[in-house]
Write a protein that binds this ligand. Structure first.
Ligand code: MIC
Ligand code: SF4
Length: 644
């Protein structure tokens, strides 16, 4: 039987386990990436492991999430990241050089290699034929030290593309269309593998938009073959030698096949507050728009911004609408500044931002109360923009630009505007001066640690019994933005004690003080949750800060992959209601007790939880590998790594 592309690459990197869907495997990681918001903790944990120099082929530390430098905290982080990178053999991409995924695709990604990144949109490099996976910072730290990355061997879903996209229909619409089919839940441990004759009509940046936002479906990753287009892209980036042809075998067998005729895809929009909430743009035509934001790791390539600039040429932004544009990388920014596109944008009244995540993570550009904000990024969770009452609508750069010009949604096919012709250059402008390679000899490098850099919190080994309280009960689809807000709180990412004050801030502002009160009284803190708990970001702070507050177990109807792995990495039990109806029988404030935890985990049996307030018992199950059980027993991955 032929092989899928996913399994071909995994097989080349397999270091442990059996490559069969559902089985735990360990794979060698060739490249890693971190960004500033998750990076400080990743490198602090790397340092705590005492490894020395990184053992990967290439590790890169990016600064792109928080560059506003309001106060010293941010600058402390940057300076720690720069010096720790130099000390340990990591390349450092300076603030202003661009968003990690865009820059990695341009300058470092290599077909057939594995990439592990402490950011959930790491699969962007799947657009160039890599197996690129998002994980918690500590998993990336282990990989930098040469350790394998452990994952569940995925089921592979083929997305078979035929035909060609019509004018005004883009890669963003393809991934929104896919989200409309597979939704944002139920896809854990799947990979979306793109194939079919339609693939060749998509350029690498378009493919990267699709693999990037595949993260919103909850899959392990998404991947495209590496073909002539990939070769062309790498050649234009001056990296032709990095190319290698890769595709699935013709007779490869898949677990599921989704067929998409590109010529039938329509311009789409994801309505508030979930990326899976997709409808056709024509259904919202006429809706007034207050703000438009173009950029982010999903849609800020040279192709995307060239289209944007061409559409804006000679036009003005509507007086009731604000337009901000953030180029994805210095390469893109510099090129549009030289080919006139930037002037088109400025002349139209657009506000130009740095090449960073910015608005996407709610770091500035919070819209007005009740706003309709149209954005080209990948997440529209409630409150993520910084304005709780605002609704975020996710679209392509084309649709976003039409909204900015018209002050409302317009069906592009009815807009009367001509679709611009664009031609991408044969060669991108290559200037890696903002990427600092590590010195050969790191002797003499002092790692800079300002007062914002705190040690990672420690945890005790798992206790045999837990007695405590359900400190909070939340519903379905709780995202990591609900658990651990970013935006204006980002500057505390390196200061766990302070950041922990904001756990569940927008859901229940009293949670942090209640939980720490229980912790200080020697009680275990439990979180009760619905389906798909922990959607979204890879931020391990959504596990690390709850751990700091004394959370010992989350009992949910189901979990998302990266978050449940992060819980284990920080010694928190991810438990699932064996009978889903039992969710309704626990209330916040109920006393909960679990006995014989370790022996239950070791025997693989369901665990019994006693609700002492209601005088009832219920069962919980778990999906943990033997290695994860050992990590939990040790009190987390840091303790576990130190013990072995
Ligand atoms: C995001 O898009 O939510 C982030 C911010 O990039 C996160 C990482 C983080 O929280 O630092 C992600 O996607 O993993
Ligand atoms: Fe940055 Fe937004 Fe991309 Fe996350 S999704 S990496 S915040 S641009």
């Amino acid at each position: 039987m032929g092989k899928t592309l996913t399994y071909k690459i995994l097989e080349e990197h397999l270091v442990s386990g059996k490559l069969e869907p559902g089985k735990e495997i360990g794979v060698k990681i060739d490249q890693t990436l971190t960004q500033d918001a998750t990076g400080t903790m990743a490198y602090l944990q790397f340092e705590a492991m005492g490894i020395g120099r990184v053992k990967t082929e290439r590790s890169v530390s990016y600064v792109d999430h928080n560059t506003l430098q309001e106060g010293f905290e941010n600058a402390d982080d940057h300076s720690y990241l720069q010096t720790v990178a130099a000390k340990h053999g990591v390349y450092f991409s300076r603030p202003g050089n661009g968003i990690c995924h865009q820059v990695h695709l341009e300058r470092f990604g290599k077909p057939g290699k594995t990439l592990l990144g402490s950011d959930s949109h790491t699969p962007t490099c799947g657009g160039i034929g890599m197996i690129a996976i998002g994980a918690g910072g500590i998993d990336v730290a282990v990989a930098m030290g040469g350790g394998a990355f452990n994952l569940i061997a995925p089921r592979v879903v083929k997305v078979e593309l035929t035909g060609k996209l019509r004018e005004w229909v883009t890669a963003k619409d393809v991934i929104l269309h896919v989200l409309g089919i597979v939704s944002t839940k139920g896809n854990v441990n799947n990979v979306l593998e793109y194939a079919g004759e339609g693939v060749q009509s998509l350029s690498v940046p378009q493919r990267a938009t699709i693999t990037n936002m595949g993260a919103e479906t909850g899959v392990t990753t998404s991947v495209f073959p590496s073909d002539g287009e990939t070769k062309e892209f790498l050649r234009a980036q001056g990296r032709q030698e990095d190319w290698r042809e890769l595709s699935a075998d013709d007779d490869a067998e898949y677990d599921r096949i989704i067929k998409i005729d590109l010529s039938s895809v329509e311009p789409m929009v994801a309505l508030p507050h979930s990326p899976g909430n997709v409808v056709k743009v024509s259904e919202v035509a006429g809706k007034k728009v207050d703000q438009v934001a173009i950029g982010s790791c999903t849609n800020s390539s040279l192709r995307d911004l060239t289209i944007t600039g061409k559409l804006l040429r000679g036009k003005k932004v509507h007086p009731d609408t604000s337009l901000v544009i953030s180029p994805g990388s210095k390469q893109v920014f510099s090129m549009i500044s030289k080919n006139g596109i930037l002037s088109d944008m400025i002349d139209s009244g657009a506000r130009i931002m740095e090449s960073t995540c910015g608005f996407c993570i709610g770091n500035g550009q919070a819209p007005r109360t009740d706003a309709v904000s149209v954005r080209t990024n990948n997440r529209n969770f409630e409150g993520r923009s910084g304005t709780r009452s605002a609704g975020i609508y996710l679209v392509s750069p084309e649709i976003a630009t039409l909204c900015a010009i018209n002050g409302k949604f317009v069906d592009p096919l009815e807009s009367g505007m001509e679709y611009p012709e664009i031609e991408l250059p044969d060669r991108f402008e290559i200037d890696d001066s903002m990427i600092l390679p590590p010195p050969e000899d790191p002797a003499g490098i002092e790692v800079s640690r300002g007062p914002n850099i705190g040690a990672p919190p420690s945890n005790a080994p798992l206790a045999g019994e837990l007695k405590g309280e359900a400190a909070i009960k939340v519903g379905d689809k709780i995202t990591t933005d609900h658990i651990m807000p970013a935006g204006s709180r980002l500057k505390y990412r390196s200061n766990i004690k302070k950041y922990s004050e904001f756990v569940f801030e927008g859901v229940d502002p009293e949670f942090s003080s209640r939980a720490s009160g229980l912790r200080d009284a020697g009680k275990a803190v439990f979180v009760i949750a619905g389906e798909s708990y922990g959607q979204g970001s890879s931020r391990e702070h959504a596990a690390m800060c709850p751990m700091f507050l004394g959370v010992k177990a989350v009992i949910a109807r189901s979990f998302e992959r990266i978050h449940s792995a992060n819980l284990v990495n920080f010694g928190i039990l991810p438990l699932v209601f064996a009978d889903q109806d039992d969710y309704d029988k626990v209330d916040a404030g109920d006393g909960l007790e679990i006995g014989n935890i370790i022996s239950s985990l070791e025997s693989g049996k369901n665990i019994t939880v006693s609700n002492t307030t209601k005088g009832k018992e219920f069962k919980v199950s778990y999906s943990l590998t033997p290695r994860q059980i050992d990590i939990l027993k040790a009190g987390g991955l840091l303790n576990y790594t130190r013990n072995i």
